[in-house]
Structures are given as structure tokens and as C-alpha cells.
Design a protein around this ligand. Sequence first.
Ligand code: FAD
Length: 442
Amino acid sequence: MEQVINVIGAGLAGCEAAWQIAKRGGYVRIYEMKPHKKTPAHHLDTFAELVCSNSLKSNQLENAAGLLKEELRRMGSLIMECADSNAVPAGGALAVDREDFSRCVTEKIKNHPNIEVIEQECSKIDDENITIIATGPLTSEALIAEIARITGDGFLSFFDAAAPIVKADSINMEKAFIASRYDRGEADYINCPMTKEEYAAFYEALINAEKAEVKDFEKHLVFEGCMPIEVMAERGPDTLRFGPLKPVGLTDPRTGKMPYAVVQLRRDNKEGTLYNMVGFQTRLKWGEQKRVFSMIPGLENAEFVRYGVMHRNTFINSPRLLLPSYRMKKRRNLFFAGQITGVEGYVESTASGLVAGINAFRLLKGMDEIYFPKSTALGALAHYISTSSVGTFQPMNINFGLIEDLKPTDSDGKPLKIKDKRLKNRMISERALRVIESMKDI
Ligand code: FAD
């Protein structure tokens, strides 16, 4: 009897992983607790349920989400096949009829001769078979205890309280300056100084901005030590100036004086291409974050690669635990895939399922692991989650800040700067797709 690979969770990542294994000739047993038991966000009885928006974001190659989808298509992704065949008109984005999409994935999984579906909640991981855990951000309690046991103390988070992250090259350094408070240590922070008037306008906009809806199952969450910035602001006009926006120990080199208030940004990845806004965890709606935070001097044209969120999200400390194949460093036959690894979003979850599935199959067959290169969106995402981030590990959407930069040169070999951002993104995408073309038969 051929050995079976277990996949736990028939969500976006689990279905993709199962498909990648089965289409290569491997046998899969996929466990799904629906329809007997559902998380507070799942309502359909079928697999790969889109729990909120029905959009899989941009389809354009100038957008990193568009590139990731195209890479998945070329790698023979089940989720992309069903999404494309159940698309509804959505301009440059890919949106789907959520029920038809979910039904399409379910039928393909259930009808595949190499896949056995077991409708049952899983609470234990066996040591014998190769297993992929893909139970998502709302993993059931019974399995959470098992994952905590396997990963070890302190390696599992239960909610995401993340501040927005911006691309470093979109910060206006004519206004912002690099320094550490009291000149301690390296000059690690980018500082956005505010005058009294700028602070007052920002404060008014912040306390009046629209907040995102809080789901019933998230109402009980407490955020000790990481209060939303807008909640802190409501305590009084000066609270932020004595908290995350305190200016003490910082001198604006342009005025030679201490600013009235300062927003600090801290490096978020080793390459220094991404910066997070210190203390800005928030529940404002995304459009409001863009509007209000762009009022901060230096961030007028900031490109937000991730907005701040505060919601329930179960995820492991992947940089400490996983390899770029999504396999556990310390436990050879255990993989994780989907949002539980710290990738964020439908397509990102699918992408990690694809990479984990391919690698689980290769492990079964005694073949070498495959790491997708950082010049591809699939590889950049896997690299982000499996490499120690500079600060606390936080989930991440795919964005061009993660993908290896282009290093174009002129005819004399001198570095060339491509000013047109869309053109540059397109060139990065074309380079990535050439790499994927060479890998699609693995
Ligand atoms: P899921 O798609 O959640 O799949 C996990 C599966 O595992 C589920 O079917 C679940 O029933 C099953 N399961 C759980 N525990 C067990 C167990 N012990 N045994 C067996 N089965 C189990 N991303 C976006 O891109 N756009 C959005 O609009 C969006 N909205 C979101 C809204 C909410 C409320 C949440 C929580 C997340 C949202 N996300 C969104 C983030 C993320 O993209 C989705 O959660 C995505 O579905 C994650 O894919 P996944 O495969 O990791 O998990």
C-alpha cells in the first residue's frame, strides 16, 4: 500500500496542497471538520470557502497579487483554475461567484481518485505519515492545543495586532529623517516630524476616522500593551505625544530643534525595503488608514504594502519554525500551509499550499526539497515567512517589497534607476514568470 500524505483542513491552502500531491501521483487523505463543525466565519458546507470578500485582488502584472496569481496558474493551481472559471466581472481584479467557486473546488477534490475526504475534526497529528496542517486563522481549539505542543511554548499567536507597513522608497526623505532616540545605537528609525498645526490636523482626522466592523467572535479579544492608536488618541489630544508620537530625544536636522510630535518607522525586513509604523496598530478601515496616515509629513505618497489590523488570527512563528518549503525545521514529516504560517490573504494561502504540497510529495518520493527563488512571488513569500524578520513576526500579503529587486545597468555597467514604477513592476513580473516557466514541470 502506497504511503498516504495527510492534509488537515480543506480550505484554500489545504485543497491546493492536496491537488498538487494527487496530480503528481501521490495519495492524499484530507480531513475537514465541515459540515459537522464550522468556525464562526465559515458558513458553506463546501471546501475552499471565501469567508469575507469575493475578490482575489488585482489580475494585473504590475501588481504583486496579480503576479502571484499568474505564477499559480502556470504551476497548475486548482484554486486558480476554479477561480478563473467562476469569475464575475470586476474590472482589473479577479472576483468570483463564491458558491460556484467553492463547489468547483469541492467537486474536483472529491472526484480525484487519489484523494480520500474525511469529514472529521482533527485533534492529533500522527508521527508516521507526512502531514500538512492547513487549518487556517480560525483553527479549532482541539487542534490548537496539539499545534502548541508541537511548536513549543510561545510560538503560536492568537491575534494579529499589526501596524501598517510602507515601502521604504515611497517615504519622502526630504521631510523625514533617520535617527535613533537620544542617538542610542544605530540610526535605526525613519522619523516623520510634525509641527503643532500638522499634529492638530492629524489628531482631528484620526479620532473622527471610520473604524472597521468588529466581528462578534473578536469582541472578547483584549489588546493589553497594544491598544489601537485611535483608541489611545480618544483619551486626550496629548496622549499620543506622550506615547508613540513622543518627540523627546529626537532633533530634526533641518530645524535643529525637537519637533512637536514624531511618528517613527522601524525597519521591517533585513533588506530595509519595508518599514512599519511604530505603535500604529489600528482598527481603522483601510481607506481611512491611507487617508489619515498620508497626512503625516513624509508619508504623503507612502505606498502601504499592508494596512494595520487587529483581529483573531492563529499563526505560528514561522521564521523560527519553518523552511522555505513550509516544512518544519525540527520535524521532518510535518508541513504547515495557509494563513496559519503567517501568509496573509486568499491567494497567499493558496500559494503556500502549492509549495507545501509539491514539497510534501517530493519528500515522500525521496527527492530534494524545492525552494522557489526570491525573484518569484512564490519564493519571496516563502522566504519572508521562513526568515527571521527584524521585529516581531507579523503576517504579510505579497508585495513587491518582498521580491528581489531588479538591478538594471546602463551600457557602461552603471546602475540605472527605473523611475516609472509600473514599468519596473512589470519588468519584475516578467522576470519572475520566466523563472516559473523553467520550474513548472517539477
Ligand atoms: P481556511 O480557508 O480558513 O481553511 C481552513 C479549513 O480548515 C477550514 O475549512 C476549517 O473548517 C478547517 N479546520 C479548522 N480546524 C480544523 C480541524 N481541527 N480539523 C479539520 N478541519 C479543520 N483574506 C483575503 O484575501 N480577503 C478577505 O476578504 C479576507 N477576509 C477574512 C475574514 C476573516 C473573518 C478571516 C478570519 C480571514 C480573512 N482573510 C481574508 C484571510 C485569509 O485569506 C482567509 O482566512 C483564508 O481563507 C485562509 O486560507 P487557509 O486555507 O489558510 O484557511
